[in-house]
Design a protein around this ligand. Structure first.
Ligand SMILES: [Zn+2]
Length: 112
C-alpha cells in the first residue's frame, strides 16, 4: 500500500432504492442498509438538528400523504450523499463516515 492513502475506508458501492432504503458498501467489505424514514428522521441539516434538540421529530410520518421517497440522490464530492425527499426537504448531507458511525452504534442489522 503506497504513500498517501487515507487511514479510513472508502465507499465502493451505493444503492438507492427510492422508496425503501439506501445501501452503502465500504472498501473493507462492510455493508449497511438505512431505511429512508430512518435517514429522514436523522437528517443532519441545521434545521432538522434544531428540531431534534427541541425534542421534536425532524420528520413525522403522515398517513394521509404518500409514503416517503427519495426523488433525487446526489453525491457530494467523495464524502457523502444528499437527497431530495418527496416531502420537499433537500438540505441534509449524509457523510459516509457519519453513516458508518451510526451503523456501528445501532449494531449490525444485516448478516455479513
Ligand atoms: Zn434536514
Amino acid at each position: 500500500v503506497a504513500g498517501d492513502s487515507v487511514d479510513d475506508t472508502e465507499v465502493v458501492d451505493i444503492e438507492v432504492d427510492r422508496t425503501h432504503h439506501v445501501r452503502v458498501v465500504w472498501s473493507d467489505g462492510l455493508a449497511a442498509s438505512f431505511a429512508l424514514e430512518e435517514l429522514r428522521k436523522n437528517c443532519p441539516c441545521a434545521e432538522c438538528r434544531a428540531r431534534r434538540e427541541q425534542g421534536q421529530p425532524a420528520w413525522r410520518a403522515n398517513l394521509l400523504a404518500p409514503p416517503l421517497a427519495v426523488t433525487q440522490a446526489e453525491l457530494v464530492g467523495a464524502w457523502g450523499i444528499s437527497f431530495t425527499w418527496s416531502d420537499g426537504h433537500a438540505t441534509g448531507i449524509f457523510a459516509w463516515d457519519a453513516l458508518r458511525r451510526w451503523h456501528d452504534e445501532r449494531g449490525a442489522d444485516e448478516p455479513s
